[in-house]
Design a protein around this ligand. Structure first.
Ligand code: SF4
Length: 320
């Protein structure tokens, strides 16, 4: 609730704080067992920082992260270890997220060793072999090195590593964006199957809206550290209400030649989270901007029971 991650900006030898990068600026999300929440937005909007803040890999500077009734923010490292096994992450780049000098058996079994769940290596390797099978790899691969695998296989290894501790929540941080399109589909299928088998909750971070309907149940659209639209996937994608969501969706190619979608071109780049624009942060790029947008950040408008949109035009009933 109200998660904030602000990074201080230091200057000079005395490291005086001269400002803050408001990477995540007060967002509220819920995750449920067996469900996927997709977090979408442009690069630099704060999606990855949300995932890391949730897992306490970067320290949040405000708000609350509750897991099964327990507040995680502010817990000591020792107390946080008890929750580490339940909360795991799969990173974007399977090439960079594994130690090239370790064999697969040790990479995947590292968490089991660190948390002393399986202190004996032979036990760990048995468990790793099971995990390799679970993610569709040959269990014999435990003695091979990461460079001996293709990109898709390496991402399977990363998923096996995340599963090793029997987690309940996995943050999937753009797990397919470094892969070829054909391999992307295989990884998405694997994630979907694992969720069905294990009842996992996913926070699926992506800049690619086209993969959202395939995997997610709900979607939250982020812009400059805040969620601007949130709701069930089919409702948001069939009838986007926030002008930013509309623009993102308009960029997704439609395969059906009988359907045409007008591409909404946004001017300029996303502003810096160090000095976000006044009022609605999206107003310098918004095709539907009004005078009020320049001075006042919109409060959340509820549409039905499940949707939330932060936009003055939606609040005033002015958008289609
Ligand atoms: Fe556009 Fe105004 Fe809505 Fe912001 S509040 S998205 S500037 S219409």
């Amino acid at each position: 609730r109200g998660l904030q991650v602000h990074f201080p900006i230091y200057r000079g030898l005395l490291r005086r704080i001269v400002g803050h990068v408001r990477a995540v600026d007060g967002i509220s999300l819920d995750l449920y067992a067996g469900r996927t929440l997709a977090l979408v937005g442009e690069s630099g909007c704060g999606k990855t920082t949300v995932g890391k803040g949730l897992l306490q890999l970067v320290p949040p500077t405000g708000g609350s992260v509750r897991y099964r009734g327990q507040e995680l923010i502010g817990l000591s490292h020792r107390r946080l270890r008890a929750f580490r096994k339940d909360l795991q992450i799969v990173f974007q780049d399977p090439f960079a997220s594994m130690n090239p000098r370790m064999v697969v058996g040790d990479i995947i079994g590292e968490g089991l060793h660190a948390l002393r769940i399986l202190p004996k290596r032979a036990d760990r390797l048995r468990r790793v072999a099971e995990l390799l099978e679970l993610v569709g790899l040959d269990p014999e691969a435990i003695n091979r090195y990461p460079h001996e695998f293709s990109g898709g296989q390496r991402q399977r290894l990363c998923i096996a590593r995340a599963l090793a501790l029997d987690p309940r929540i996995i943050v999937c941080d753009e797990p397919t964006s470094a892969l070829d399109v054909s391999v992307q589909a295989q990884i998405l299928n694997l994630l979907k199957d694992l969720q069905e088998q294990l009842g996992l909750a996913y926070l699926f971070i992506t800049h690619d809206l086209s993969v959202v309907p395939y995997l997610a149940h709900k979607v939250a659209v982020m812009y400059l550290g805040r969620v601007v639209e949130h709701g069930p996937v089919d409702e948001v994608l069939d009838d986007p209400r926030h002008p930013y969501t509309k623009a993102l969706l308009s960029a997704v190619p439609v395969i059906d030649p009988t359907r045409r979608r007008q591409v909404i071109q946004l001017d300029g780049d996303m502003p810096s989270p160090r000095q976000p624009p006044s009022g609605c942060h999206f107003h310098p790029r918004c095709p539907e901007v009004m005078a009020i947008c320049r001075h006042h950040y919109p409060v959340e408008t509820r549409l039905g029971t499940k949707r939330r949109v932060c936009c003055h035009a939606v609040a005033a009933g002015l958008t289609d």
